[in-house]
Design a protein around this ligand. Structure first.
Ligand code: PGA
Length: 255
């Protein structure tokens, strides 16, 4: 049985002070219902120190960065390295979010280099994939996802793969309020798992956790998490409020 992993992607929201307030309110809510879920917060870089100070010893909540450089150090203005993240007890990093792909030109090659760099530093990638509405409606869903998965995971070992989380986020569902139906999401997750199986074999495919992302809310979380191939969620808008993020986690908890 795969453990659920539910992550908050705050995007360019929640500065250092608000981060401290959020964590105080959020951790006060956590209880027995959350013990069976890996909970991850991904604040903006500048809020990581505040979050790290509060969470470095917290038993239930881990930290993620929203991005990382594929380089170790040097003349890369504005970039952040894996070693810098490690200093802040950042155990996960989101890589290849559709906003990074579409707004900042991240290609499968760049995403692959970032995944490899994260694994070298023993940081767990949350590797995002997803199709646009146009790609889905023109019958290219599977080929688009296969290309993203094969390109992103190139040269990752089987061990690396067991420490990687995949986030399937249909681009048309991100921030739009339009959520994929549970059936649509399940069908696509099963396909994603089959591609992992083609690349790494059945054992690894059964172990790898695949999150759903795109307009996850307290009201739809339980049905989505109830699907056999959905192992968690990557949550944007609904994770900006501690109560709403907590409700997603508690509504998703296995009975
Ligand atoms: P959303 O964002 O929950 O606001 O749709 C999800 C994401 O982009 O990771």
């Amino acid at each position: 049985m795969r453990k659920l992993i539910i992550a908050a992607n705050w995007k360019m929201n929640v500065g250092p002070k608000e981060t401290t307030d959020f964590i105080n309110s959020f951790t006060a809510l956590l209880g027995r219902k959350c013990e069976h879920t890996d909970i991850v917060l991904a604040p903006p870089f500048v809020s990581l120190p505040a979050a790290s100070e509060k969470l470095s010893e917290h038993p239930l909540v881990a930290l993620a960065a929203q991005n990382v450089s594929q380089h170790d150090s040097g003349a890369y203005t504005g970039e952040i390295s894996v070693l810098m993240l490690k200093e802040l007890f950042t155990h996960y990093v989101i890589i290849g979010h559709s906003e990074r792909r579409s707004l900042y030109g991240e290609t499968d090659e760049i995403i692959n280099a970032k995944l490899l760099k994260a694994r070298q530093a023993n940081i767990k990638p949350i590797f995002c994939i997803g199709e646009t509405l146009e790609e889905r409606e023109s019958g290219r869903l599977e080929s688009v996802l296969r290309t993203q998965i094969e390109g992103g995971l190139k040269d990752l070992t089987a061990k690396d793969m067991t420490d990687t989380v995949i986030a399937y986020e249909p681009v048309w569902a991100i921030g739009t309020g339009v959520v994929a139906t549970a059936e649509q999401a399940q069908e696509t997750h099963a396909f994603v798992r089959s591609v992992v199986k083609d690349l790494y074999g059945e054992d690894i495919a059964n172990k790898v956790r695949i999150q759903y992302g795109g307009s996850v809310k307290p009201g739809n979380a339980a049905e989505l998490m109830g699907q056999p191939d959905i192992d968690g969620a990557l949550v944007g808008g609904a994770a900006l409020d501690p109560q709403s993020f907590y409700d997603i986690i508690s509504n998703s908890a296995p009975e």
